[in-house]
Design a protein around this ligand. Structure first.
Ligand code: HSE
Length: 456
C-alpha cells in the first residue's frame, strides 16, 4: 500500500471554535489520519496576537502572525477568523496556492460566496462550510449530497440560538423581551451588541446559504426579506399560547410559483412567525437550532442540535477537514457550488401565507361585520375568529384619530379580536391589515404575525 505524505493543515483564528479545532486535531490526529488515509499535521495557527488567552492549552510554537506565509505552505486552510477582510483575501490566497478551504464564515459566504466559489472552480479547489449554518448540525452536507437526487420544496429553520433562547424564555417564563435579552447576555448567548441576532441579520445570512444550496440558485443576502424580534411583546407571546401557537424566529426558504405572474422562483425570508405547538419546530427550546426540510421524495426531515458553541462547531469543522483531506488523497474534482437551476429570486410579495391579526376594537353592534367585510373586500378568507371579554378604556379609535376627531374624553367598551386567515397572497394580507388599521372601529392593531406550519 502506498503511504500518502502528511497533509499540512493551516488554521486561521484561535477563538472559541478555532482553539477547539486545534486541540482536537492535536489530540485525535491519529484517529483522523486513519479515516483520511494520511496524517494531518497542524503546521501553524495564524492569529492577531500570539499572547492572547485561549480556550485550550495549545503549543506556543504553532502561533504566528504571518498568515500569508502559513497559507502558502498548506494543503488545507481552515478559516475561523470571521469577518469579511482579511478572511476573503486569505481564502482567495489559499485557493490560488492550491489548498482546499474549510470555513465557518457565514457573513463572508453570504456576501462574497459566488466570488469565492468561482475562484475555487477555476483551479479545481474545494470550499467546505458545514459550520457556517446551524453550528454542529449537519445540514450543508445533507442538502448538498444526501438530497442531491431529490427536489427540495421548502427549508424552514430556527437558525439563530440567541433569538430562540429569548423567545423561549418569553414563552416558558413569561419574561419581557428586555428581561430575556438580559438573561441571554448574562449567559453568554447574546453578544454585547446583539443587533445581528435580534434584528435577524445572522439568520438572514444562514438562510441565504441554505437557500442557495437547496435550490441550486445563487441567493444574495440582500434578497432575503428580514424582520427581527424586537417588536415581539410578552402580550403577543401569551396570546399565541392561548391560540395553540408559539412565536419563533423562522428562516424560510421556499420554491414556489408566484400566483400573480406564474413565474417559478425562490423566496427567502426571516421573520417571527406563529407555529403550531404540535409542529416539531415548536419543541426546539433554549439556544438550540433546528432545520425542517420538505423534499418531494424524502418527505419531511428534521435536523436538530447546537447552533453555536466552540466545541460543538469544531465538530462540523473537523468533519469538513476530513472530507477535504480525503479528496486531497483520492484526487479528482470535488463538488462545486451548484447554481445550475438559477431560479429567479422573488420578493416576499409572491408568498402565500396565513396571518393571525390581533385587534382591539370598539364593542358595539356591527363592528365584527365591518372588520370581516374588510377581509372579504381584499379577497382574504377568515379561518377563525376569537373574541375576548370587553373592557372599558378611555380615548379614541386609531381610525377616528386618523380622521381628525377629538373625542379624547370618551370612554368606550372594547373587545379583543383574534382573527386567523386562510392562506392568501402576502400582498392581499398586507392590504387588509392597512385597511383594518385605519378603520374607525379599530382602537389598535395589537399584533400581526404570519402563521407557518400546520394548524393545531
Ligand atoms: N449568534 C449566533 C446564534 C451563533 O445566536 O445562533 C453564531 O451563528
Amino acid at each position: 500500500m502506498i503511504e500518502y505524505r502528511n497533509l499540512r493543515i493551516a488554521l486561521l483564528g484561535a477563538g472559541s471554535v478555532g482553539s477547539q479545532v486545534a486541540r482536537l486535531l492535536l489530540e485525535q490526529g491519529d484517529e483522523l489520519a486513519s479515516r483520511v488515509g494520511a496524517g494531518l499535521e497542524l503546521i501553524g495557527i495564524a492569529v492577531r496576537d500570539v499572547d492572547a488567552p485561549r480556550d485550550a492549552d495549545l503549543p506556543k510554537h504553532l502561533f504566528t502572525t504571518d498568515a500569508r506565509t502559513l497559507i502558502q505552505s498548506a494543503d488545507v486552510v481552515i478559516e475561523l477568523m470571521g469577518g469579511i477582510e482579511p478572511a476573503r483575501e486569505y481564502i482567495l490566497l489559499a485557493i490560488n496556492s492550491g489548498a482546499d478551504v474549510v470555513t465557518g464564515n457565514k457573513a463572508l459566504l453570504a456576501t462574497h460566496g459566488p466570488e469565492l466559489f468561482d475562484a475555487a472552480e477555476q483551479v479545481g479547489a474545494q470550499l467546505y462550510y458545514e459550520a457556517a449554518a446551524g453550528g454542529a448540525i449537519p445540514i450543508i452536507r445533507p442538502l448538498r449530497d444526501s438530497l442531491a437526487g431529490d427536489r427540495v420544496r421548502r427549508v424552514m429553520g430556527i437558525v439563530n440560538g440567541t433569538t430562540n433562547f429569548i423567545l423561549d424564555r418569553m414563552d416558558t417564563e413569561g419574561d419581557t423581551l428586555e428581561a430575556a435579552l438580559a438573561t441571554a447576555t448574562a449567559l453568554g448567548y447574546a453578544e454585547a451588541d446583539p443587533t445581528a441576532d435580534i434584528e435577524g441579520y445572522d439568520a438572514a445570512q444562514k438562510a441565504a446559504i441554505l437557500a442557495s444550496l437547496a435550490f441550486h440558485t445563487a441567493v444574495p443576502v440582500e434578497a432575503v426579506h428580514r424582520e427581527g424580534i424586537t417588536g415581539i411583546t410578552a402580550a403577543q407571546v401569551e396570546a399565541a399560547q392561548r391560540t395553540g401557537y408559539v412565536v419563533k424566529l423562522l428562516a424560510i426558504c421556499e420554491r414556489l410559483t408566484d400566483p400573480a405572474t406564474g413565474v417559478e422562483g425562490v423566496v427567502v425570508r426571516v421573520h417571527p412567525a406563529l407555529i403550531s405547538r404540535l409542529h416539531p419546530l415548536a419543541a426546539v427550546h433554549g439556544a438550540k437550532n433546528a432545520v425542517f426540510v420538505q423534499a418531494e421524495a424524502a418527505g419531511d426531515l428534521m435536523f436538530y442540535g447546537a447552533g453555536a458553541g466552540g466545541l460543538e462547531t469544531a465538530s462540523a469543522v473537523l468533519g469538513d477537514l476530513v472530507s477535504a483531506a480525503r479528496r486531497h488523497v483520492a484526487g479528482g474534482p470535488g463538488v462545486g457550488e451548484s447554481t445550475h437551476a438559477n431560479l429567479p429570486v422573488l420578493s416576499i410579495g409572491s408568498v402565500t401565507t396565513r396571518y393571525q391579526i390581533t385587534l382591539t376594537v370598539t364593542d358595539k353592534p356591527g363592528v365584527l361585520a365591518q372588520v370581516a367585510g374588510l377581509f372579504s373586500e381584499h379577497g382574504v378568507s377568515v379561518e377563525a375568529v376569537q373574541q375576548t371579554v370587553a373592557s372599558a378604556v378611555p380615548g379614541l379609535t386609531a381610525g377616528a384619530a386618523q380622521h381628525g376627531d377629538d373625542r379624547s374624553s370618551i370612554v368606550q367598551l372594547t373587545a379583543t379580536l383574534v382573527i386567523v386567515t386562510h392562506e392568501a397572497p402576502e400582498a392581499a394580507l398586507a392590504a387588509t391589515v392597512a385597511a383594518v388599521s385605519s378603520n374607525d372601529a379599530v382602537v389598535r392593531v395589537e399584533a400581526v404575525l404570519r402563521v407557518e406550519g400546520d394548524t393545531p
